[in-house]
Design a protein around this ligand. Structure first.
Ligand SMILES: Nc1ncnc2c1ncn2[C@@H]1O[C@H](COP(=O)(O)OP(=O)(O)OP(=O)(O)O)[C@@H](O)[C@H]1O
Ligand SMILES: [Mg+2]
Length: 403
């Protein structure tokens, strides 16, 4: 029975016996297998032949103190095999006593836990790495959060700056477009004056001739004619100065009056360019600054005129209608000037978008028109294609205009 127990233990464990000085007296096959030594190499040697240099002396002292004290020592021990590799064994060392209670030898029974220990170590390493990672992650999250907060603050500041810049830009654009239309107006005045100036110089020449000939009748006639011409010229100036008066008072006015005002200012150009204007007006009153709406209509007619020229249109027609629809006043300006390409139609209300040479277009006309429609009249402006050109549609809500 005992023999069978012994065999069972021997087969499943790593066993060695030493004398009281630690000299090996017995090892089993398992011991040889794990340590790489043969039985001959082991028997008679001190047990420290498998001692690993990493194990501190204090551990051995504890072992010897324990077993010399007739106690059983239990520990996981790191050992060195013959080929220099490491193995771990879970060791139990028991002193064997004789009948007088004296230690005769020590028996050590172990089993291999190398895999478990290495796994545990690997696990610990991974846990440590994970902890480190976690820590650095936390630090990075903190850093990122701070950066984000800072970014947020500077962003807010920058948004504010941009808003201010934008407002300034709008002002500049407004004045640019005002200057541009002022330039157009001056060109118009010059144009409208050209003919009367010629007439006037002819009239003064005639006065001079009549004076030399002492023809009183003619002097009177040509003097009266000159006066008329001068009055007309003066009226032209009045028209334009009225138009440019910074009169921002809102009032109720008829859409058709505002449109007619624009047409009268552009009448010379319309005539020179052979543009046929067809109108169909409904009596609609809106609230706002009439000059501003006239400014919009002028911009639109000028654009049609430019498109007529660009596309060499022979029969130039602009239809202007005013009507009511869903409690809104609608102004439609429809030309047959050839329209605009698909890719550009969405851009025409953008500031500085122009297809014209820089000397003839700033690209602000429609942008300003949109601003006026939206801000001064609470309305909308949009563009549509028609069969032969573009139609611009202005919608002004009547409630808000009357409110
Ligand atoms: N009736 C139209 N037919 C064809 N294209 C048009 C018409 N109206 C506007 N466009 C296009 O839209 C662009 C932008 O018009 P917008 O009035 O804003 O600027 P612009 O006429 O080029 O310059 P500005 O009016 O400042 O002198 C024009 O350059 C033109 O290409
Ligand atoms: Mg324009």
């Amino acid at each position: 029975m005992l023999q069978q127990y012994m065999e069972a233990i021997e087969k499943s464990n790593i066993i060695s016996r030493t004398d009281t000085d630690g000299i090996i007296t017995f090892v089993n096959d398992e011991f040889c297998k794990i340590s790489g030594f043969t039985k001959d190499e082991l028997i008679g040697k001190n047990h420290n032949i498998v001692r690993h240099p990493d194990v501190p002396a204090s551990a051995f002292k504890l072992l010897w103190d324990t077993i010399k004290n007739k106690q059983t020592y239990k520990s996981t021990v790191k050992n060195l095999s013959k080929d220099g590799s490491t193995f771990y064994v879970n060791t139990t060392v028991t002193p064997i006593l004789d009948k007088d209670d004296n230690i005769v030898e020590y028996i050590a029974i172990r089993y291999d836990v190398t895999k478990e220990v290495l796994l545990k170590k690997e696990l610990e390493k991974k846990e440590y790495e994970l902890e480190q990672l976690n820590e650095s992650l936390e630090i990075r999250v903190k850093e990122q959060t701070q950066q984000l907060q800072e970014l947020n603050q500077t962003l807010e500041l920058r948004v504010q700056e941009e808003i201010i810049k934008n407002e300034e830009k709008q002002k500049v654009m407004f004045w640019q477009s005002r200057l541009a239309s002022l330039g157009q107006m001056l060109a118009n005045i010059a144009h409208q004056w050209r003919q009367p100036l010629t007439e006037l110089s002819l009239a003064t020449f005639n006065i001079k001739k009549a004076a030399i000939n002492k023809n009183d009748e003619d002097v009177k006639k040509f003097y009266a004619e000159s006066k008329d011409i001068i009055k007309n010229m003066s009226n032209t100036i009045d028209d334009f100065t009225n138009f440019f008066k910074p009169n921002k008072q809102k009032k109720y006015f008829y859409l058709k009056d505002s449109v007619n005002e624009s047409l009268s200012i552009l009448k010379k150009i319309i005539k020179r360019e052979n543009i046929i204007i067809e109108t169909n007006f409904m009596n609609i009153e809106v609230l706002g600054v009439p000059n501003e709406l006239s400014q919009v209509i002028i911009n639109l007619i000028q654009n049609s005129k430019d498109a007529f020229n660009q596309n060499n249109i022979e029969e130039k027609v602009i239809k202007i209608t005013t009507s009511k629809e869903d409690r809104c006043a609608i102004i439609k300006i429809e030309d047959n000037a050839g329209g605009i390409s698909e890719e550009n139609i969405d851009k025409i209300f953008e500031p500085y978008f122009t297809t014209k040479h820089s000397s003839s277009g700033t690209g602000l006309g429609l942008f300003m028109s949109k601003m006026i429609c939206e801000q001064a009249f609470n309305g909308t402006i949009l563009v549509e294609r028609n069969k032969d050109g573009l139609t611009i549609i202005i919608k002004i809500p009547l409630e808000s205009a009357n409110g």
